[in-house]
Design a protein around this ligand. Structure first.
Ligand code: PEP
Length: 251
């Protein structure tokens, strides 16, 4: 049985003061049992969040990490080992904003994924198609290529200790959400691709849906058989809304 998971990606939002307020809101939430909950603040605020959430069952992750596992001469980057030292449990790999705006390609993402696992961080691999790709019928091809890159490089076993987030790019921050059936179809294809290599890994891996998830649409999305929770952007900046989404995952 897979444990559901709700992850909040704060993106490049927050000041020390607003983060303190958000931590306070999160600390007061009634959270469901049986759901893994994590927040991904900007790197600058990770230690503030780790300290602020002590004793609350919310894990902390980073939004990005270096291609190298260990600290060294790589100006401006942060290694997986440093993230573990700061108290992180997870790291996002290949969020579409980084693929599109920072030019991150599959080869780089394979290295980031491997570096994270080498340090005991759980990578959350983000994959998904653009609107143009969906409209030209290429959704499954794109998602399969992004997933296949890790499988080819690191083997399907790498997904025994990883999470996958399917995030259609056209649904991120747009207010447009994939319908539960659209999301389920892609999740089922992702699981089938993994199952073709190793059915145990395929059955165990959590597949999160991301793209304008809110409390109002979470129950229906999370009710689909291959959707094991969500990666939440904008709505995770509001503690009450985030809490309601976590409770939807607990239903
Ligand atoms: C995200 O950034 O991963 C995301 C899903 O954003 P939003 O929920 O705002 O669409």
């Amino acid at each position: 049985m897979r444990r559901t998971m709700v992850a909040g990606n704060w993106k490049m939002h927050g000041t020390r003061a607003s983060v303190a307020e958000l931590i306070n809101g999160l600390r007061h939430l009634a959270l469901p049992g049986g759901v893994d909950i994590a927040v991904f603040p900007p790197c600058l605020h990770i230690t503030q969040v780790v300290d602020g959430l002590k004793g609350k069952s919310i894990q902390v992750g980073a939004q990005n990490s270096a291609v190298e596992a260990m600290q060294g001469a790589l100006t401006g980057e942060i290694s997986s080992s440093q993230l573990v030292d700061a108290g992180c449990s997870y790291v996002l790999v290949g969020h579409s904003e980084r693929r599109q705006m920072m030019g991150e390609r599959d080869g780089t993402l394979n290295r980031k994924f491997a570096a994270a696992q080498a340090c005991g961080l759980i990578p959350v691999l983000c994959i998904g198609e653009t609107l143009e790709q969906r409209e030209s019928g290429k959704t499954l091809e794109v998602v399969s290529r992004q997933l296949g890159s890790i499988i080819e490089e690191l083997g399907v076993g790498a997904f025994a200790k990883a999470v996958i987030a399917y995030e259609p790019v056209w649904a991120i921050g747009t207010g447009l959400t994939a319908t539960p059936q659209q999301a389920q179809d892609v999740h089922a294809a992702i699981r089938a691709q993994l199952a073709a290599e190793n059915s145990e890994v395929a059955q165990g891996v959590r597949l999160l849906y991301g793209g304008s998830v809110k409390a109002a649409n979470a129950v229906e999305l999370f009710g689909m058989p291959d959707i094991d929770g969500g990666l939440i952007g904008g709505a995770s900046l509001n503690a009450d809304e985030f809490g309601a989404i976590c409770r939807a995952a607990g239903n």
